[in-house]
Design a binder for this molecule. Structure first.
Ligand SMILES: [Zn+2]
Ligand SMILES: [Zn+2]
Length: 149
């Protein structure tokens, strides 16, 4: 599983490479993720960061006081989430942009208490609440609607 792969948006205007980390895929159920992409965000980390190979349509939305969301301005694909204080390239990559066989299994669910009631996952990976994920740090302040946490 530790081989470099190429990821891309739906139209191909944004492309990147990286090596998915073996720890697995984290699933975020927060309302912000779900508003952006219709479902939970399947987050994959790269062991040595994300290397953008084509970026003319990549835009970063300043989503909250702690995070930015990268997307394609041509096709609208959800691509990345990054913390404002993270190391360059240490972004969460949307699993849908990667080849399916390169995406590791789900290892955790985060913001699980923010999950919508109309779906459930059947896997046994740990469910962590927003409070557990924040671990004492303040809640993110969305720059969009305040009900979009
Ligand atoms: Zn695109
Ligand atoms: Zn989220």
């Amino acid at each position: 599983m530790t081989k470099a792969v190429t990821g891309k948006c739906l139209c191909g205007a944004v492309t990147f490479t990286g090596t998915p980390a073996e720890r697995g895929t984290g699933v975020c159920h927060c309302k912000m993720c779900r508003m952006q992409s219709s479902g939970p965000f399947f987050a994959v980390r790269m062991v040595d960061g994300v290397h953008i190979t084509q970026d003319q349509a990549l835009k970063w939305y300043d989503a909250s006081d702690i995070g930015e969301r990268g997307f394609c301005t041509d096709c609208g694909s959800t691509l990345f989430w990054r913390s404002k204080d993270c190391e360059p390239g240490q972004w969460a990559v949307s699993a849908g942009t990667l080849p399916d066989d390169a995406v590791p299994e789900i290892f955790e669910h985060i913001w699980n208490d923010d999950k919508a009631p109309y779906y459930e996952f059947a896997d046994a990976a740990p469910r962590r609440t927003a409070a557990e994920c924040l671990d004492g740090t303040p809640e993110p302040k969305p720059n969009g609607p305040t009900d979009a946490r």
